[in-house]
Design a protein around this ligand. Structure first.
Ligand SMILES: Cc1cc2nc3c(=O)[nH]c(=O)nc-3n(C[C@H](O)[C@H](O)[C@H](O)COP(=O)(O)OP(=O)(O)OC[C@H]3O[C@@H](n4cnc5c(N)ncnc54)[C@H](O)[C@@H]3O)c2cc1C
Length: 389
């Protein structure tokens, strides 16, 4: 039976980073990854260029039952720390917008950086190694398809349920249950919405059109593009708000975020123009026509009563849409919910009443907004556990 100091289950961003840090401390570390290669999500992230952190990271960018939990780890390993590492490896990068840092080249450069660091720290990485179960006696006994390994510390970095073909499993949640830990029920986040057949009938021809809008739900709001898809709505503003949405709720879309729509509609020079043509000055033309077909038959503005104009304006600045659902884990960039934070030390990620068992990364109930925050959480929580495991 092989013996090591630390077994890390999951060779994604969090697991690799934790392994590197523990290895640097002289610990004998083994990473077990069931896929045939590590870092599959890193490879496809950020459209292949990996949005590896966000310069503006703050605890407010995360969803969790306990909004304070992430503070300690984020403070001890900052975006600046990760940028220094990226620069040490000579990886060219740029800020795209809103503090989001992307590689100039391929995401693979980040994976190669992690592999180089892991090798320098003496970390062993074993791919094709599926963890079947874990028992805790004096040490952990980790049963894999290639035999059993014993370790003093066990770090669970198996991620969430998103994108099963990339290796996602519910193993982390199952293991947490086995050890009696509370789990906050997971849900797909950063995910496109689906719409009713009636709404899609008008909008489906607009597939691919994107609009600058403010989208809000449950007191949160985001201004970025929304994108019409053949199944519903996507785009950065929609992905962001999806993390806060729950089944049955509506989302509000302000299609004219820079204008008071009623003021525009009441301008004297607006009187003879039809509603659809009028809106085409502010929105993509095809969208303006479809939106009118869906909501208000278009006619010259002068034919609407003041009350009707007020209703139209209200809908332009606050278009309420009730999604029928989301595209689920097959399309969700992350899984929200997870191991309840009250079970873990915010300093080290260790399970409070099971010394030497750690949970890090996406499997924990800490979920970042869109924009590099999820990787920053993976690095920071991995770093925190790596100083201790
Ligand atoms: C399409 C897409 C694009 C994204 N782009 C970005 C981005 O640009 N910026 C950003 O910040 N975030 C992005 N994310 C989110 C980010 O990738 C994740 O939040 C992050 O990878 C989580 O890291 P993790 O290590 O916790 O989990 P993961 O990266 O999911 O790693 C978990 C690993 O555990 C392995 N595993 C699971 N079960 C077992 C088992 N039983 N035995 C052995 N191994 C197991 C899995 O194969 C996987 O390799 C994106 C996500 C997706 C899906």
């Amino acid at each position: 039976m092989q013996q090591v100091d630390v077994v890390v289950i999951g060779g994604g961003a969090a697991g690799l980073f934790c392994a590197i840090e523990a290895g640097k401390r002289g610990r004998k570390v083994l990473v077990l990854e069931h896929a045939e290669r590590i870092g599959k999500k890193i490879a496809i992230s950020g459209g292949g260029r990996c949005n590896f952190t966000n310069l503006n990271t703050s605890p407010d960018n995360f969803i969790s039952d306990n909004r304070h939990f992430c503070k300690s780890a984020l403070a001890r390993y900052t975006p600046g720390d990760f940028v220094s590492l990226v620069e040490k490896h000579g990886i060219p990068y740029h800020e795209k917008k809103l503090g989001q840092l992307f590689c100039d080249g391929s995401s693979r450069t980040i994976i190669e950086m992690l592999l180089t660091e892991a090798s320098a720290a003496g970390v062993e990485i074993r791919c094709g190694s599926l963890v079947r179960g874990v028992a805790k006696r004096e040490h952990f006994e980790v049963e894999t398809n290639n035999g059993t390994i014993t370790s003093q510390s066990l770090v669970v970095a198996t991620g969430g349920l998103s994108i099963p073909p990339l290796g996602a499993t519910d193993f982390g949640y199952r293991l947490a249950r086995q050890f009696g830990l509370t789990i906050r029920a997971p849900w797909p986040a950063l995910v496109p919405f689906t719409l009713s057949r009636e709404t899609l009938r008008e909008l489906t021809t607009l597939s691919g059109i994107s609009i600058d809008a403010v989208v809000s739900c449950q007191g949160q709001q985001f201004r970025e593009n929304i994108l019409v898809t053949h199944r519903g709505l996507s785009g950065p503003a929609i992905l962001q708000i999806s993390s806060y949405w729950r089944s049955g709720l509506s989302i509000a879309i302000n299609l004219l975020p820079d204008h008071d729509a009623l003021k525009l509609l009441l301008e004297p020079e607006s009187k003879d123009i039809t509603l659809a043509n009028f809106l085409s000055q502010f929105l993509p033309r095809r969208f303006a026509f479809a939106w009118c077909a869906l909501n208000f038959p278009s006619q010259p503005l002068k034919r609407y009563t003041p009350g009707q104009l007020a209703t139209i304006a209200q809908k332009l600045n606050n278009w309420e849409v009730v999604p029928t659902g989301t595209e689920g884990y097959k399309k969700a960039e992350v899984t929200a919910g997870g191991i309840a934070t009250e079970e873990l030390s915010s300093q080290t990620m260790v399970v409070k009443n099971i010394p030497s068992l750690y949970f890090i990364g996406e499997v924990v109930d800490v979920t970042g907004q869109l924009g590099g925050y999820n990787f920053q959480w993976a690095w920071a929580s991995g770093y925190a556990a790596g100083q201790n495991a």
